[in-house]
Structure formats: structure tokens, C-alpha cells
Design a protein around this ligand. Structure first.
Ligand SMILES: [Zn+2]
Length: 408
């Protein structure tokens, strides 16, 4: 069999991704929502590519396109074809295209395991207030109450499934049988600047890192900006400002292992001449270590108690969402690193700060992810870009991975 040629693979990957990128709900920007007419067109194009690659195509109740070959335990290779509003071309489609090109490379050769290339339709959650519905169904962890969620137009997920020509009652049959899936592997753009800063095209992902969201409310006393002397003030915003800097300092002290972001802050009453009486802010905390996030929350709480005491205000910290870290399987991490090295690159090990379908698939089988450098670390943005050279290396490395893959 011929060796994979990264240059040709990269050119083909780029052409396919750009073709998929032309399928959008809006002429001037990329908008591809779950179970929309654009999802249908994208799924049809993907199915056509899968057939051309020698794969047998099927579709489940949530519109996930599956291209299958071979018998035996399944190696699942996938990603998603939905987009955020005004998204980029590479986030999602690269993983689907890489899977199809890699499978096509083995078209005339038997393998000791089967391959299913999966194109999920709901990773971004840009239509319904939930994410990972498609991969959750495949993993057998789809929650039926998700069907009641409605989009901005009031259409429930159940109705959208019917309008797409599917039946919500068929969702359980989308699930893989326990033990039938040997591994799930996904190629994805990094969506961050680490590979670019290391001047390396590819990385092996160690974990999809967990997230903790905190809602912080500081309560002081609103007052006249002219009449209340400084020592008598109970300024909720000045206290909140200290809490913001506390979060930044605690995260910085971890030297890159944990990141914390205050992305929203609202002061009340919000008038230029009134001392703020109440402030709400959010803290988004991410780290590959669940223990480290818990420690952050503990220290942040203690620091807030101190701020509140000194300023005679109240600070309430409420965790509103907790997503545990999903580790990539050590043997898949290593196998992906070996595959990357075999195409002549240095395999950078890095965590994923963004969520992925692997978080759901990990409930079914071991997962592994390969990251591809993207320009400026930019994603969820039309400027998102991965070079054909890097994508070609990624597909070549995926082919090497498949050649060596042994189901456990
Ligand atoms: Zn993605």
C-alpha cells in the first residue's frame, strides 16, 4: 500500500472543508444549526463523500451520519458539522473530513477491526440550550428531557427531529452496544495558541478540561456619590473589583495549570452618580485537575470572606455549573503521539480548554484527540484557519494511527 502523502491529503481536506463551508443559512456568514435545512445539505454532502470512500452510510434519529466499513470491534472517528453563529470553516468539519480521507486510504485493504466515521450535528448547541445531543445518543447517555427544550422560535427538539424526518422514539437505537466500540478518536483544530507558540503542527490531547462556573453577588449599600464620605461607604463594585483581581491572582499562581475568567459584571443601580449597592459577576474556572478547581473555589471563597469583612459588605459565591474533566485514555494519547512522530512532527501534549463530543463518547469507550495548529489560536470566528500542510500531516498521522491500532 502506498504511504500517505500529506501534501495531497492536505489539499483534499481543504477543498472538502471549503465546500462544506459554503452550506450556510446566511449568505455572508457561516450559520449551520442542528436539524436545519443546512444540516440536511451538509449531511448529504458528507454522506456522498463517505460513499465515495467506500463506506456504507446510515443516519440515526438525531441525524448523525455514520460511514461504516469492516467487521469486528469499532474504531469510531468523528467530529461535528454544526457551527456557531458566524463560525469558522474548520471547527468540526476537519475531524469529519480527516476520518473520511483516512478511511478512504484503507479502502482496498482489510483491517482487523471496523471503522465508523461519525458526523455529529449538535456539538455547539447553537440552536437548543443543550450541547452534545448527537454524541450523547451514540454513547447511550441521551436524556429524554432534552426533547422538551425549545429553540429561539419555540420549536422543541422533539418537533425539530420530526421535521427533519426522524422519530424521537428511535433515539435509543442510536446507542452503541456496550463493549462494541473500541475507541473514539477525534481530530480537531486546537482553538488556542499553544501549538502555534511551540511552532508545531500537531498535538496529542491529554484531557478535555473541566469547568466550574461561579456566580458572585456582592451587596453593599447604594448611596449618593457626593454626600457619603469614603470611610462610610459600602461600595459593592469596589468589593467586586477586588474579587475579580483575586480570581486573576489565584489563577496566575497556578502557573498556567488553571485559568479563571470574569467575563460578565453588572453593577446596580448602574448610575454615574450613585455608589453601587449590588454587583453580580461570573467566574469561569477551567483546569484539567478537578481537585485543583475545587481548591481554587475554596481559596476564592476564603478571599471573598476577607474582602467582605474588610469592606463591611456581603459576598455570596454560588457554583452554578460543574463539568468534570474528561481524560483522554493514556494508551490512546501515546498512540496518537507515536503517530504524530511517525509523520516527522514533535507531538506536543496539551489539554483542551474547549468542550468536545469526546466528553459524551468517553462514557462509551476510551477516547483520544489529535489537535491541529490553527492560525492565531482563533476559532468561533470567520477568521479561523488551519493550513493545508498542517491538515495533511494530521490526516497522514491519523492513517498511521489506524495502521497501528489494536482494539483492547
Ligand atoms: Zn468543535
Amino acid at each position: 500500500m502506498t504511504a500517505p502523502d500529506p501534501e495531497t491529503l492536505g489539499r483534499r481536506a481543504e477543498a472538502m472543508i471549503l465546500e462544506l463551508g459554503r452550506i450556510s443559512a446566511e449568505p455572508d456568514r457561516l450559520v449551520r444549526r442542528f436539524l436545519s435545512p443546512e444540516h440536511r445539505r451538509a449531511a448529504d454532502l458528507v454522506a456522498q463523500w463517505m460513499r465515495a470512500a467506500g463506506l456504507a452510510v446510515s443516519e440515526d434519529a438525531l441525524g448523525t451520519v455514520k460511514g461504516s466499513r469492516g467487521e469486528g470491534p469499532r474504531l469510531l472517528i468523528g467530529s461535528h458539522i454544526d457551527s456557531v453563529v458566524d463560525g469558522g470553516h474548520y471547527d468540526g468539519p476537519l475531524g469529519v473530513v480527516a476520518g473520511i480521507l483516512a478511511a478512504s486510504h484503507f479502502a482496498d485493504r482489510p483491517l482487523p477491526f471496523g471503522i465508523d466515521v461519525l458526523a455529529f450535528g449538535d456539538e455547539e448547541g447553537s440552536r437548543f440550550p443543550a450541547t452534545l445531543a448527537s454524541s450523547s445518543a451514540c454513547a447511550g447517555i441521551f436524556r429524554p428531557d432534552t426533547l422538551l427544550l425549545a429553540d429561539a422560535g419555540g420549536v422543541t427538539l422533539a418537533d425539530a427531529i420530526r421535521a427533519y424526518g426522524k422519530n424521537p422514539e428511535d433515539i435509543p437505537s442510536a446507542s452503541y452496544r456496550r463493549g462494541s466500540a473500541a475507541a473514539y478518536v477525534e481530530v480537531h483544530i486546537e482553538q488556542g495558541p499553544v501549538l502555534e507558540s511551540r511552532r508545531q503542527p500537531l498535538g496529542s490531547v491529554t484531557a478535555i478540561i473541566g469547568q466550574t462556573y461561579l456566580l458572585v453577588e456582592t451587596t453593599g449599600e447604594a448611596g449618593h456619590a457626593g454626600t457619603v464620605p469614603m470611610p462610610l461607604r459600602r461600595d459593592a463594585l469596589a468589593g467586586a473589583a477586588e474579587a475579580v483581581l483575586l480570581a486573576e491572582r489565584l489563577a496566575s499562581d497556578t502557573r498556567g495549570e488553571l485559568v479563571a475568567t470574569v467575563g460578565r459584571l453588572a453593577a446596580e443601580p448602574g448610575a454615574a452618580n450613585v455608589i453601587p449597592g449590588r454587583v453580580t459577576l461570573t467566574v469561569d474556572v477551567r483546569s484539567g485537575s478537578d481537585r485543583q478547581r475545587a481548591e481554587f473555589v475554596q481559596r476564592f471563597n476564603a478571599g471573598c470572606r476577607d474582602i467582605a469583612g474588610r469592606r463591611n459588605i456581603a459576598i455570596g459565591v454560588t457554583p452554578t455549573r460543574e463539568v468534570a474533566t474528561t481524560p483522554c485514555h493514556p494508551s490512546l494519547q501515546d498512540a496518537i503521539a507515536v503517530a504524530i512522530a511517525s509523520v516527522g512532527s514533535e507531538a506536543v501534549r496539551l489539554g483542551s480548554g474547549a468542550g468536545h463530543d469526546g466528553q459524551a463518547m468517553a462514557k462509551l469507550c476510551p477516547i483520544g484527540m489529535m489537535f491541529v495548529r490553527c492560525r492565531g489560536g482563533v476559532s468561533h470566528n470567520p477568521l479561523e484557519y488551519a493550513s493545508p500542510q498542517d491538515m495533511g500531516l494530521a490526516v497522514a498521522a491519523l492513517i498511521r494511527f489506524i495502521e497501528r491500532f489494536k482494539p483492547v
